[in-house]
Design a protein around this ligand. Structure first.
Ligand SMILES: [Zn+2]
Ligand SMILES: [Zn+2]
Length: 247
């Protein structure tokens, strides 16, 4: 399994980082985890062809995690000339939220005849869903987004890749990432208890209980970015845009 960090920033451009988007290649398939507003910029920088990606998994319906689908849609139509099907998997109501965003930003864009099949699948909490060779299990977390927000546990090719999404600490983060080969965890601050987000201090206290093989800290705000090199746990990798990790 090869993970490429397309974007690991928060919603505010902290550190000049792009918004959340991860590219995964495993067992002959490819997919994205989250598709922030800047996803196409990141894919272009990395030379990744959007037409090579058949599935996108969305953790929650905040713009820095799904708004890139709006630009994806018009790029697929006018630039990439997409013909291969695309499956978008996300929280309940994702299709309506996507259409609303697309119609506000590019009126008429959702009514255009497409040359490819676009399917939306809704996640159901703690219910595994098979999308091609990828099995995703969503665990509800604590982060208001107008729909359930999820941590995602993705199993493919014998590997487990988990992602916390955005959330403050909640016990569902344990089964979501238990013994995962890599757990990508949002770490907004170094210490303290930020509302609806996490700090390294909170994560560190829970790591032995979750027992992931490796951890990637992501979605860092400026104060966390300034102190990120103080994190000395050998399991931890600090996310950077463009970072490639083989698992
Ligand atoms: Zn976010
Ligand atoms: Zn969020």
């Amino acid at each position: 399994m090869r993970l490429t960090v397309v974007g690991c920033g928060d919603a505010f451009g902290s550190g000049g980082r792009l918004q959340t988007c991860y590219h995964v290649e495993a067992a002959g398939t490819r997919f994205l985890i989250d598709c922030g507003a800047t996803a196409l910029i990141g894919l272009s920088r990395l030379g990744i062809d959007p037409n090579s990606i058949p599935a996108i998994f969305i953790s929650h319906l905040h713009g820095d995690h799904y708004a890139g689908l709006v630009w994806w849609l018009i790029h697929a139509q006018h630039v990439a000339k997409r013909t291969v099907p695309l499956t978008v998997v996300g929280p309940e109501g994702i299709e309506a939220r996507f259409k609303a965003a697309a119609e506000v930003l590019f009126p008429g864009s959702t009514g255009v005849q497409r040359r490819y099949d676009l399917a939306f699948l809704e996640l159901v909490r703690e219910t595994p869903l098979d999308v091609g060779s990828v099995r995703v299990t969503p665990f509800e977390v604590k982060h208001p987004s107008g729909a359930p927000s999820y941590a995602l546990r993705l199993e493919v090719g014998g590997k487990v890749l988990s992602f916390s999404g955005d959330t403050e600490w909640i016990d569902s983060l344990v089964p979501a990432g238990h013994a995962a080969d890599l757990y990508i965890i949002e770490c907004y601050q170094f210490e303290g208890e930020p509302r609806f987000h996490m700090s390294w201090k909170t994560i560190r206290a829970q790591l032995d209980r979750i027992a992931p093989k490796r951890v990637m800290l992501t979605h860092m705000a400026e104060p966390m970015l300034a102190r990120r090199h103080e994190v000395s746990d050998p399991r931890v990798v600090l996310a950077e845009d463009g970072l490639v990790l083989d698992l």
